[in-house]
Design a protein around this ligand. Structure first.
Ligand code: ZN
Ligand code: ZN
Ligand code: ZN
Length: 177
């Protein structure tokens, strides 16, 4: 495939780069990011690339095919059946229509809650925002009130919980012999 050129200024597009959230993009080589002014200099054209869906190790409860993880352009995540699709000619859904929206995920952290001493969990919302919250926190749907500990700390984009920062993110060293 020939190198693509920028539709704005005609300069070639640069290498594909990946954001922290796993989105892929190509910037125009006639533009560059100035970290001091936080502004793009030159051409600001950015081409967002479709991220291929990630196949999950889970089966569709309707038809038994593999599920895939899809992300909408607004960053919401859903699991959907890999046999499902859209027929642009017939303008109708084809295959299996199973979809499960993901409202957020939480993973345990090796950190203690500063207000009650229980463990914290890292909660990721469906839009990709992250917060540390207490593992005892819950929601009572009958009283519509939070239960347990209410400790919450929102993380800035790109920020990682301190206990997981640094060396723990490195892959384990290969064993010799
Ligand atoms: Zn350009
Ligand atoms: Zn299915
Ligand atoms: Zn707590």
């Amino acid at each position: 495939m020939a190198d693509e050129n920028c539709p704005k200024c005609g300069a070639p597009l640069g290498d594909i780069t990946e954001t922290k959230t796993g989105k892929k993009l190509q910037r125009c080589t006639a533009g560059s990011w100035n970290a001091e002014t936080h502004q793009t200099q030159g051409c600001d054209y950015v081409k967002w690339l479709e991220v291929p869906p990630q196949e999950l190790d889970e089966k569709c409860p309707k038809c038994g095919a593999n599920l895939i993880l899809a992300t909408t352009r607004f960053g919401k995540k859903m699991k959907k059946c890999s046999t499902g699709g859209w027929d642009p000619q017939e303008k109708k859904a084809i295959g299996c229509d199973y979809v499960e929206w993901i409202n957020g995920t939480s993973e345990p952290l090796d950190m203690d809650c500063p207000s009650c001493g229980e463990k914290l969990v890292l909660f990721t919302t469906s839009s990709g925002k992250k917060m540390e919250k207490c593992s005892t926190a819950g929601w009572d749907s009958s009283t519509k009130a939070p239960t347990g500990c209410t400790y919450v700390k929102w993380l800035k984009p790109g920020e990682v919980p301190t206990s997981n920062a640094g060396e723990e993110f490195l892959p384990p060293e290969p064993k010799e012999g």
